[in-house]
Design a protein around this ligand. Structure first.
Ligand code: 13P
Length: 253
């Protein structure tokens, strides 16, 4: 049995005041969704605040990115050890916004995954195709390439107890959600590809869906056999919406 995980990717949003309010709202509701693991990924600068405000609560926190380097002259970067220093459990790697806006290729993403794993963080590996790639019928090729880059660097065992987020780029922040059937098809493909190298790892792998997930569409998505939770953007900035998605995950098991 895989415990569902719902993680909020706040992206570049928030202020000290709004973070305080959002975390208070999530903390107030999290006791109602005990079968769902809940995590938030604030911008780096609000991680100390999250760690202080979430200490003692069941809510985990993490980062949206990390450096491939351990320390040194890398202006503007944040190392895995720094995330651990502030109690991070998770770190998102390979989000499509990092890949497209900041030029992170499969090798960089695989290196970040490896560094996070080695440090004891739990990387959430994002994969997903663009609209053009879906229309060309190469969705599975794209996902396979993104996934294989990580497995090639370290072997499929590196995904043990891992988390992958399938985020079709065309569904991110657009209000367009993959249908439950479309998402399930890709989730099953991901699990199958990992299973071809490591069946036990694949069985325990949590595969989250991301892309315009809301309380309204979450129950149907969560009901799919290979969807184990969500990576939530916009709706994670409003406590009631985020908790509504957590509720759907809680009820799906
Ligand atoms: P939205 O939920 O805003 O579509 O964003 C999804 C996402 O990119 C999460 O990482």
């Amino acid at each position: 049995m895989r415990q569902p995980l719902v993680a909020g990717n706040w992206k570049m949003n928030g202020s000290v005041a709004s973070v305080r309010e959002l975390l208070a709202g999530i903390k107030a509701g999290v006791a109602g969704v005990p079968r769902c693991e809940v995590a938030v990924c604030p911008p780096f600068i609000y991680i100390p605040q999250a760690s202080a405000e979430l200490a003692g609560s069941p809510v985990f926190w993490g980062a949206q990115n990390l450096s491939t380097e351990a320390a040194g002259a890398f202006t503007g970067e944040i190392a895995a050890s720094m995330l651990l220093d502030f109690g991070c459990t998770y770190v998102i790697v390979g989000h499509s916004e990092r890949r497209t806006l900041y030029g992170e290729d499969d090798d960089v993403v695989a290196a970040k995954f490896a560094v996070a794993r080695a440090a004891g963080l739990k990387p959430i590996l994002c994969v997903g195709e663009t609209l053009g790639e879906r229309e060309q019928g190469i969705t599975e090729q794209v996902i396979a390439r993104q996934l294989d880059a990580v497995m090639a660097m370290q072997g499929a065992a590196v995904l043990a107890d891992g988390v992958i987020a399938y985020e079709p780029v065309w569904a991110i922040g657009t209000g367009k959600t993959a249908t439950p059937a479309q998402a399930q098809e890709v989730h099953a493909f991901i699990r199958g590809r990992v299973a071809s190298q490591a069946p036990e790892v694949a069985a325990g792998l949590r595969i989250l869906y991301g892309g315009s997930m809301k309380p309204g569409n979450a129950p149907e998505l969560m009901a799919q056999p290979d969807i184990d939770g969500g990576l939530i953007g916009g709706a994670s900035l409003v406590a009631s919406e985020f908790l509504g998605i957590c509720q759907a995950a809680h009820e799906s098991v």
